[in-house]
Design a binder for this molecule. Structure first.
Ligand code: BES
Ligand code: ZN
Length: 450
């Protein structure tokens, strides 16, 4: 528990320093109680780890190709190669490591935590920042009529209203009664956006092994392609201790993202929009405690018949920390799809500026999709040096961003363009032809499974 709390606190420097001291004393006193966790860890973070925990052995390693910005904040990417390792460490070491990595590293090369050695090895095996997903979809931008008809309907005032209502829950912790109530509230909000109970729409709650459920709004595509595009955000919030009593409004982190999903659903439904591919909006439970909801959903995806062709994550969109509007995070995301996202911005939001940065570790639900081998993008509110420092505190309220949602609106617009442009293709015949040209064996397998 200490380590989880300290991990949350790491986002604010003073609390982080206190937490680090607390953890160092706790770990020294109770080494035998620590549970093992497995990490996939990049080169630079590994070097840092060797300073704080020199005895930790490497269980597996692999050379992985990664795309990194030529210069911080610049669009141009260069290919680099780094060794990613799997290591086993005590859970109690995570805050110390996390703190050391935050303090010592510029950005690239973080670590990701896994619940089993098998999961860590599977992720290591799939990790390759430059690999395109098999059967990469067309990233052509060719639906201006549909996109331009819907973009102006997205309203900042509606975003602010949803953010405010989500912030009004005492907290949205994954294991509190408030977190459960917030999930139930969002479920009924999303149900209300499908008043005629359209047969092509399914709204559901996804139960987990903890109390808070994820919420999903799905529109079945007309193309019968068996392909799906996903937009996600996390429903839970966290700050301080006290499961029931702590105040965690989580307005920016991540009511802003959930509000974006809600507003896109509203406009699509009001417009009678019908995608060709399936579209799914997911408000993940339990992101703040280790991406638990998204990891569970990525695991469940393996048993589904549809193929996820693209995913976007909206986590923190409301606070503008720098003059640059849209920051595309390059780590734990797909380079080809990120280029598509930048093109969408240039096409549909030409007045907005785009920057590039990285978290340095799997900082939100996009990392769970990336680890599962899916193409995912993560457009973010600011650079990693200028994000909203009040997240994970009782002060993550709408006041921090001036009680307006103009910045969040930009990400909502970008996400709508992403969903419509990517969901507009995907007739089965076209897919299979493209598949046959690219990878004959895989194409045969894909068409048989449909
Ligand atoms: N929204 C944050 C991630 C974030 C914060 C990205 C600041 C960029 C800048 C997210 O909800 C979060 O807090 N993630 C955890 C890690 C996760 C694996 C539990 C974090 O960053 O400590
Ligand atoms: Zn978040």
């Amino acid at each position: 528990m200490t380590s989880r709390l300290a991990r949350r606190a790491l986002r604010t420097p003073f609390v982080a320093a206190v937490a680090l001291l607390a953890v160092l004393t706790t770990t020294a006193a109770t080494p035998a109680l620590a549970a093992p966790v497995w990490l996939t860890i990049g080169e630079q973070a590994h070097a840092v780890m060797q300073r704080v925990a020199p005895q930790v052995p490497t269980l597996a390693a692999r050379q992985v190709a990664v795309n990194v910005p030529v210069q911080r904040g610049r669009a141009a990417l260069r290919q680099a190669s780094e060794t990613v390792r799997v290591v086993e460490i005590d859970e109690d070491m995570i805050p110390t490591l996390s703190m050391a990595v935050h303090m010592k590293l510029a950005k690239c090369g973080g670590f990701m935590q896994h619940e089993s050695l098998a999961e860590a090895l599977a992720v290591l095996h799939r990790l390759d920042g430059t690999a395109e997903p098999l059967l990469a979809p067309s990233y052509a931008i060719d639906n201006p009529a549909e996109v331009n008809a819907m973009l102006p309907q997205l309203q900042a005032s509606n975003l602010l209203s949803t953010i405010t209502q989500l912030s009004n829950f005492q907290n949205r912790r994954y294991n509190s009664t408030h977190g459960v109530a917030a999930s139930n509230w969002l479920f009924s909000q999303w149900q209300a956006l499908n008043p005629g109970n359209r047969r092509t729409v399914r709204v559901r709650q996804i139960p987990h092994t903890w109390a808070q459920k994820s919420v999903e709004f799905e529109i079945i595509g007309t193309g019968n392609s068996g392909e799906t595009v996903i937009l996600g955000a996390h429903l839970d919030s966290i700050a301080g201790s006290g499961i029931e009593t702590s105040r965690a409004p989580g307005a920016d982190d991540d009511a802003s993202g959930v509000a974006g999903l809600t507003e896109i659903i509203r406009v699509m439904m009001a417009s009678g929009y019908q995608p060709k591919r399936n579209i799914r909006f997911i408000a993940y439970a339990a992101e703040e405690v280790g991406l638990l909801g998204s990891k569970a959903i990525v695991t469940q995806q393996a048993a589904r018949r549809d193929r996820v062709v693209g995913v976007m994550q909206l986590d923190m969109t409301a606070y503008q920390g720098s003059p640059t509007d849209l920051w595309i995070y390059t780590d734990y995301t797909n380079a080809a799809q990120n280029a598509f996202v930048a093109n969408l911005a240039a096409t549909y939001l030409p007045t907005l500026t785009v920057g590039y940065d990285a978290c340095g570790y799997g900082c939100s639900d996009h990392a769970a999709w990336h680890a599962g081998g899916f193409a995912v993008s993560f457009p973010f509110e600011s650079s990693n040096a200028t994000y909203n420092r009040l997240i994970h505190t009782a002060s993550d309220t709408t006041a921090t961003f001036g009680n307006q949602a103009n910045h969040a609106l930009k990400f909502t617009q970008l996400a709508l363009a992403f969903m419509v442009e990517l969901a507009s293709d995907g007739t089965p015949a076209a897919r299979n032809e493209a598949a046959a040209a690219k990878a004959p064996l895989e194409a045969a397998r894909v068409s048989r499974s449909r």
